[in-house]
Design a protein around this ligand. Structure first.
Ligand code: ATP
Length: 233
């Protein structure tokens, strides 16, 4: 079954059409990336999926359910979780407190936080540190782990590598690979098209509010148009 099915999605800001009728699917456990230039409409699309924005047309179905009738917080409860661009961690709360918030929709099982910390020792060392004092990469990691504690079936990641040092970018991508290895599907919006296409199974290219190319990530990475426009070749 299709986990996520977007059909004919349109979004307008006032009179400006930012998303012009796109179709996109994610299957269970799949890693799909959405690439495209600045202003193509990628963030707008993710915000619609997370329930932060109302589309002006089209539909979003998740697990066969019409998501446009479901509030943002209830989407999280259903396993659709968004990590927005700029991370959105609570900077005046500690690392541990931020993670407890991640599970707000349900009760954390005993030992669950410890298990998350085991996997991310860097966060464990900093568990009592205020999130605002973490490095950009550590904050990004925290935002992802926090989203994972809501037990998502589909994780929506908006530019997770933005502004990070190369070593940290590598860590973030390794973490995304681990997440999908656990069976969580990921829809990844990335400026770093090269890394995203390497990691993903399928990819979509978005230009000026429309999907202009789609297919297996390896095929798109070899496509002359993609190479010229997004891989700097
Ligand atoms: P980026 O990588 O720069 O974030 P993007 O592909 O995510 O780009 P969006 O942020 O979705 O693109 O923007 C799509 C279009 O919608 C752009 O032309 C942008 O200027 C416009 N837009 C985005 N947010 C708003 C807003 N709040 N009000 C008006 N226009 C907006």
């Amino acid at each position: 079954m299709t986990l996520l099915k977007i059909s004919g999605l349109q979004v307008a800001y006032g009179g400006i059409q930012a998303v012009k009728g796109i179709d996109l699917e994610v299957h269970p456990g799949e890693l799909v990336c959405l690439i495209g230039a600045n202003g193509a409409g990628k963030t707008t699309t993710l915000h619609c999926l997370g329930g932060l924005l109302k589309p002006s047309g089209g539909s979003i179905h998740y697990q066969g359910k019409d998501m446009l009738a479901v509030q943002a917080h209830d989407r999280v409860r259903l396993g659709l979780s968004l990590v927005p661009e700029g991370r959105g961690v609570f900077s005046r709360l500690t690392v541990a407190e931020n993670l407890q918030m991640g599970a707000y929709a349900r009760k954390l099982q005993p030992g669950e936080l410890e298990k998350a910390f085991e996997r991310f020792p860097r966060l464990h060392e900093r568990r009592d540190q205020l999130a605002g004092t973490l490095s950009g990469g550590e904050q990004q990691m925290l935002a992802i782990v926090r989203a994972l504690l809501s037990k998502p079936k589909l994780l929506l990641l908006d530019e997770p590598s933005m502004g990070l040092a190369p070593l940290m970018v590598e860590k973030i991508f390794a973490t995304i690979a681990e997440v999908t290895a656990d069976g969580v599907a990921v829809l990844l919006v990335e400026q770093n098209a090269r890394a995203a296409l390497k990691l993903a199974q399928r990819a979509y290219v978005m230009e000026s509010g429309r999907i202009t190319l789609e297919g297996p990530a390896a095929e798109l990475a070899a496509d002359a148009r993609v190479r010229a426009a997004y891989l700097g070749e």
